[in-house]
Design a protein around this ligand. Structure first.
Ligand SMILES: Nc1ncnc2c1ncn2[C@@H]1O[C@H](COP(=O)(O)OP(=O)(O)OP(=O)(O)O)[C@@H](O)[C@H]1O
Length: 631
């Protein structure tokens, strides 16, 4: 991946704007009737019939493709997902033409099959250029290299020092046409762990955001403003990437590499997947075997996701592996994606080739539609932007302090009278020094101030955007909650009225109190909900949320006050009722007690009762009265 400056100059020259863009593409189509490599090898009686019908079909399809391809030159019209095949040089046992590969009786179709002689330039022109141009117009893009181990994925993506691949050509193309700031991050998924290939940080965690989807927490995004920066990054990433020797590839990548270029809201993913491998063929043992298992597992998850997408299923199992989580964005609607299937054409690799071709065929059925990445920035985007700007300011300050200390050091050095030189030369040094002091340091100060001002301006802008973003979301939410609280307050007032009108009626009292408590509980629940929602939104600490929180707190205080008042009144009423009842009970008891308290009184009481009883004796039966008197 280390490229020399001659190579860069060469690419720059080739990729200058207004060049003849599809030169090799046009030439390719001029010389292909009949397709030179089709059915040249491996003809057996068994597949002659199939080959004949295939041949007729392909002749038609070639004419059609030819017609379309020339029209594409004028009016490029691209589907959102394109599948290409690139056949590695070497002994070739495959039958193929420019849009299909035939194995046994099965034909596998592609947007383009690159023959063994295709150059890195051809690949970039046809596979990547349009995607990179679209990326410049804010359309997300993704280029994925897929295939068996040793089939040429890394070669296609990164190339060699004197023959760069898609990645460096992409950067070159971008720097020729783009003025905006570009950020780059490079990660690898190795044995299901995420490594930052630039900062060297290991085992980064993935997080999920409602708006952002899955992202890698702590992954370093590097601002690049010239091609040399990119080369340095690629060099560092190459050194950090996990590679190992296998039977099929002396320098086999043991990880999936995802390089992300971000410009504004749009992202361009360049993906070099680890190769699928049959472990008995690669001779994997120990560590390499463990790697192979993880690689095969994540690739089978990717295959499954592709299958579900192509069948238009509702549930897509993105969560099954880190690879599918990270590629989720690029496989969904608003991304222009191209998959390049690298193929080793030897007979011994036929099983792996068929499985790669099947993967490609499934992917061709995925329906995608275009959406330009112009949505509003999310909290996280803005937060990232702020922290990025702060980081930049810090770095600028550090650079400036270094520069100014260096220049001061130099000033001191050149004014030193110890310098062995003529007086006139010394004078010249001195005047130069004064100039330095007068010009350099204040200039740096001005630069620093203007950088600070610029940053403040940007942060302010972002804060305003942030508030705008919150306002719409929060306002409706809070409005709904406040309406609910109002309803509850009205209900509570009604209950209070009933309470007042039924004051003193002991039977209703308990019921009313229950109602009141229920209302109070309901209200507290509502407030709790608001608080939760607000605290959820509050994760990004925007100032608007603080205001909302204060508002809710006031509301809560007010409600609590109402509740306390009601409670007080209710308690007072309850006390009054109880007091009356207690007073009545007390009087009765007191009386009874008085009566039973003294024995005299008791006696008196009994006598009185007796007298009362005798007085109140009913009139006796006359016959009984007579008998009694006679006695
Ligand atoms: N189109 C090509 N032209 C010339 N050499 C190639 C081409 N494709 C692959 N090679 C060579 O084949 C070897 C294996 O290629 P490469 O490392 O790119 O395979 P890979 O698919 O990335 O393998 P792995 O998955 O094991 O990392 C390398 O030496 C590479 O230079």
């Amino acid at each position: 991946m280390s490229y020399n400056s001659k190579t860069i100059d060469l690419i720059l020259k080739v990729q200058e704007p207004n060049q003849k863009q599809f030169t090799s593409f046009q030439q390719f189509f001029k010389t292909n009737n009949p397709p030179p490599l089709l059915f040249e090898k491996n003809i057996t009686p068994k597949n002659v019939k199939a080959q004949r019908s295939f041949s007729n079909k392909t002749q038609d399809s070639i004419k059609e493709t030819k017609r379309k391809s020339f029209s594409q030159l004028k009016y490029p019209e691209y589907r959102m997902l394109k599948i290409y095949a690139r056949i590695k040089p070497g002994e070739c046992q495959l039958n193929y033409d420019k849009s299909s590969i035939l194995i046994d009786t099965n034909s596998y179709n592609f947007d383009r099959v690159f023959e063994q002689q295709a150059t890195q330039g051809d690949i970039f022109d046809v596979v990547a250029k349009q995607t990179v141009d679209d990326f410049l117009n804010n359309i997300n893009g993704c280029l994925i290299a897929y295939g068996q181990t040793g089939s040429g994925k890394t070669f296609t993506m990164f190339g060699e020092s004197n023959n760069p691949g898609i990645v460096l050509r992409t950067f070159t193309h971008l720097f020729l046409r783009n003025q905006e700031t570009i950020y780059v991050s490079i990660l690898e998924i190795y044995k299901d762990h995420i490594y930052d290939l630039v900062s060297g940080v290991q085992d980064l965690k993935m997080k999920e955001d409602l708006q952002l989807g899955f992202y890698v927490d702590g992954l370093k995004r590097i601002k690049v403003d010239k091609l040399e920066n990119c080369q340095e990054l690629l060099q560092i990433a190459e050194e950090n990437r996990h590679v190992a020797e296998t039977k099929l590839n002396a320098l086999s990548s043991r990880s999936h590499l995802i390089l992300t270029i971000q410009m504004g809201r749009a992202k361009l993913y360049l993906v070099d997947l680890a190769g699928s491998e049959k472990v008995n063929k690669t001779g994997a043992i120990g560590e390499t075997l463990q790697e192979a298992k993880k690689i095969n597992y994540s690739l089978s998850c990717l295959g499954h996701v592709i299958q579900c997408l192509s069948q238009g299923q509702d549930h897509i199992p993105y969560r099954d592996s880190k690879l599918t989580k990270l590629l989720m964005d690029s496989l969904q609607a608003d991304c222009r994606t191209s998959i390049i299937v690298a193929i080793s054409p030897e007979n011994k690799n036929q099983d792996e080739t068929i499985s790669s071709l099947k993967f490609a065929q499934r992917a061709r059925f995925i329906k995608k539609e275009i959406r330009i990445a112009t949505q509003k920035k999310t909290y996280r985007d803005l937060e990232l932007e702020i922290s990025q700007l702060k980081q930049e300011l810090l770095e600028t300050k550090q650079r400036m302090s270094q520069t100014s200390s260096v220049s001061q050091f130099q000033c001191r050095y050149i004014t030193d009278s110890e310098i062995p030189c003529s007086e006139s030369l010394r004078l010249t040094y001195r005047s130069l020094n004064t100039e330095n002091k007068e010009n350099c340091v204040p200039n740096l100060k001005i630069q620093e101030n203007s950088a600070q001002l610029e940053l403040d301006k940007k942060i302010n802008q972002i804060q305003i955007e942030l508030q705008g973003l919150n306002k719409e979301q929060n306002f409706d939410n809070v409005k709904r909650q406040v309406a609910k609280i109002n309803e509850l307050t009205i209900e509570m007032k009604k209950t209070y009225k009933i309470l007042v009108s039924t004051q003193g009626l002991n039977n209703n009292h308990l019921q009313i109190q229950c109602q009141f408590i229920e209302t109070q509980q309901e209200q507290n629940k509502q407030l709790q909900k608001i608080a939760e929602q607000i605290s959820n939104m509050d994760s990004s600490k925007p100032s608007f949320n603080i205001a909302i929180n204060n508002m809710i707190k006031n509301l809560q205080k007010q409600q609590q006050q109402n509740i306390d008042d009601m409670q007080c009144k209710l308690e007072k009423m309850y006390y009054d009722i109880k007091k009356t009842a207690t007073a009545q009970d007390y009087n009765l008891n007191h009386l009874a007690l008085k009566l039973v308290a003294s024995p005299n009184r008791q006696q008196q009481y009994q006598q009185q009762q007796q007298i009362k009883r005798s007085k109140s004796k009913p009139n006796m039966n006359p016959s009984v009265k007579y008998l009694k008197n006679k006695k």
